[in-house]
Design a protein around this ligand. Sequence first.
Ligand SMILES: NC(=O)c1ccc[n+]([C@@H]2O[C@H](COP(=O)([O-])OP(=O)(O)OC[C@H]3O[C@@H](n4cnc5c(N)ncnc54)[C@H](OP(=O)(O)O)[C@@H]3O)[C@@H](O)[C@H]2O)c1
Length: 358
Amino acid sequence: MDKKRVAIIGVTGSVGQEFVQSLNNHPWFEVTQIAASERSAGKKYLDAIRDPSGIVAWDVGGEIPEYIKEMTVKRIDELDVSQLDLVFSAVESEAARAIETKMAADVPVVSTSSAYRYEEVVPILIPGINDEQSDLLDVQKKNRNWKGWVAPLPNCTTTGLAITLKPLLEKYGAKKVMMTSMQAISGGGKSGVSAMGITDNILPYIPKEEGKVRIETRKILGKLVDGKIVDADIRVSCTCTRVPVIDGHTESVFVETSQKIDPLMAKETYNQYNLNSSVTGLPSAPAQYYAFHEDPTRPQPRMERTVGDGMTTTIGRVETEELFENGLKYMLFSHNKKMGSAKGAVLLAEMLYKKGKI
Ligand SMILES: NC(=O)c1ccc[n+]([C@@H]2O[C@H](COP(=O)([O-])OP(=O)(O)OC[C@H]3O[C@@H](n4cnc5c(N)ncnc54)[C@H](OP(=O)(O)O)[C@@H]3O)[C@@H](O)[C@H]2O)c1
């Protein structure tokens, strides 16, 4: 089988570097072009990710894959889209709008940026959660007269919340949610959080994050009806904080349901979803979509971030919540750069490829 030719744009950033890793030896996709800003353009990849002191600022654990070390980083307008089947976009969000619009005119774009998430004909996709909403990509393509489309992932904080709420919504009618996040430093990008600000500290505010989580959760858990997404009828309140953890977001969640629920019922529900996951068998899918712990010391970022190579969502501290007539509280862990962005985007592309959309 000929591999699909893909470009990574924003390849030098925190998420871009994770794309490089996630696409190393991929059975279906081959990275043939890479691009970033003017700052990196024209440089070999290895030189482009050196910081000003000359040290290679490789954000991902492990080796830099051989295939990319000598590849030249292009400017966006140097990309030859006629030689591409797919673009993975990890561009900084402000710049992403114009860039993704230009790319999608010719080729499908799977994006980690927020640029297109809130448009009516744009689904926010989490593979394994709302795959059916991907049919909206055909509407998008037709309406905009594009050859491609833009398929964005959610914000990395929404990912774990939506993944854990989906079974509770379907089976028990989740109707209200309160969430407090403890988000990793890497979620802010390579220049997002200063060492002076985060060391020995907790930052109680992340600009625009809470609004994104509220809107995205309702859209992802909504239903596609007559070519439009009808948001889920669920109220979401959240407080998003940044903590001195390098990778992986932890979230404390309180959820009120319409029907009675207890920890055992929740465990059985997640186990059932594990057995029926739509992404099982795809190259980037974890063996277990959900990990459910009864050990009250889990989840912990240092223990969970390698589970399923960062693609498993961990749930623990599950208790009946006395504040509600029916409700549950739990903590979750979701890897912001794996399932929450780059590798999740690769899994999304695999799901779309299987559906014949790429
Ligand atoms: N970090 C996460 O955990 C996470 C999770 C989910 C979603 N996201 C989203 O994913 C995107 C990338 O995030 P990040 O954390 O990787 O950011 P980052 O570390 O700041 O990297 C940004 C990337 O965009 C490139 N870029 C900036 N301006 C550009 C322009 N005008 N033209 C072309 N390339 C340009 C940069 O190139 P240079 O190196 O050449 O400047 C770099 O490769 C953002 O939209 C972010 O919101 C991030």
